[in-house]
Design a protein around this ligand. Structure first.
Ligand code: ZN
Length: 129
């Protein structure tokens, strides 16, 4: 988590906390700025099509292109940019040699991730369909 500024629309900007997880990029607007009606955002990393970095006067500006264009200014912009580049080059689902996060239906009626060999519910061997 780190402090960042999110440019909603020039010149409107919101301050908040930015966090990048394996699945999404979250921006939690600080309460003071949220009181102006600026909403927190969550961008699914799978939907990110492009990232760019622009060097600013004080901190770098990271441009994230997903369903729309998002701009964040933060001190560790370079680090965020590098991590996002890595993720967009290597989208979820293709991370581990074609291993996909699909589900297998077991004969007991429950389903489990295809990463499992045995059903976590009944213990019988899972057979990929
Ligand atoms: Zn089962």
């Amino acid at each position: 988590m780190q402090k960042a500024i999110y440019f909603v629309n020039k010149p409107i900007a919101a301050r908040g906390m930015l966090e990048l997880t394996d699945r999404s990029l979250h921006f939690q607007v600080f309460p003071f700025d949220a009181s102006f009606g600026i909403k927190s955002i969550s961008i699914d990393v799978c939907s990110i099509t492009d990232v760019a970095i622009e060097l600013g006067d004080l901190h770098p500006r990271v441009v994230v292109v997903a369903d729309k264009r998002y701009e964040f200014v933060l001190s560790k912009g370079r680090e965020l940019y590098d991590r996002l580049r890595e993720i967009t080059k290597n989208p979820l689902g293709q991370k581990r040699d074609g291993e996909r996060c699909s589900e297998i239906a077991c004969s007991c009626g429950k389903s489990a991730s295809s990463l499992y060999t045995f059903c976590p519910w009944c213990g019988s061997k899972l057979l990929p369909s």
